[in-house]
Design a protein around this ligand. Sequence first.
Ligand code: F6P
Ligand code: MN
Length: 327
Amino acid sequence: MMTLAQYLNHHSANPAVTELITTVTDVGKTISQLLQKGALADILGEAGNQNVQGEEQKKLDVLANDLLLEALADNKHCAGVASEELDHATPANKDGSLLILFDPLDGSSNIDINMAVGTIFSILPYQRQGQISADEDFLQAGNQQLAAGYLLYGTSTVLTLTIDDNVAMFSLDPDSGDYLLIEEQVQISADTSEYAINASNYRYWQPPMQQYIDELIAGKTGVRGRDFNTRWVAAMVGDVHRILCRGGLFTYPFDTKDPNKAGKLRLMYEANPMSLLIERAGGMATDAITRILDIEPTDIHQRVPVVLGSKNEVAYVKQLHSAHNES
Ligand code: F6P
Ligand code: MN
């Protein structure tokens, strides 16, 4: 089987990107080992402080963030690092040609219950080589990403990566410690009967999203004429992985639950890398109006509504929103 190192050799045109991915995936092995030990490694529970988003940090959020930061600061290609857990980006090596953003531990509420969590990352070019990087350098649209991917710490640890036109999946072999290629050209079916949404927020959604979910719930008896099924991992990384494996629609839509938040998910280190993977696998990713990858960011921590997955289903959600906005 092909190792990640061999795959990168064949597919990555940029040696700096290769080295950065190697650093992130090496840290992923350590996080994976810690998660396997769970309570025995004293990694569960609260860290006792909040991140910039006002969310309680878990011990493992902090630990994963520190491990990634430390390893990336030592990588000569890395000019700066931005993370869900850091108020501002941290400059690294000013002569580096790359910037990296990450969500060190996605799905934190799953840590303490032994359920799937992940690490999401996005790699961007650095335009001011030789000068110290700042938050503004990261404010590039998702269509500028040089590479993106996630590590899913589930029943096995899986790396999903895009560095060229393809999306590839690797499984971490606990015996050899290598990531081994399990699928080279991941493709998502255009149609699906599975959808993922936290329906407890129904009353906060906009009318087109309420209409869409009403239609799915009506199933055979409604306008869609067939039944749909819900799946919700409560970690975006898990829901996106399922969609890359067998199709589906995932959404965390616009809601009015908290007027300060346009949605729950963060554009730069959650929505953008996942949207690149989904599009390269033949799917679609939108905020219900605009292609996510074309949104020009104004803040490294900005939030965005997300609808992604099987192309025809996502296009239908977008159509319902357009029809509503035009009426
Ligand atoms: O990072 C935010 C996140 O944990 C996602 O991974 C996940 O999809 C979502 O929040 C879960 O939200 P909720 O708590 O509403 O189920
Ligand atoms: Mn997250």
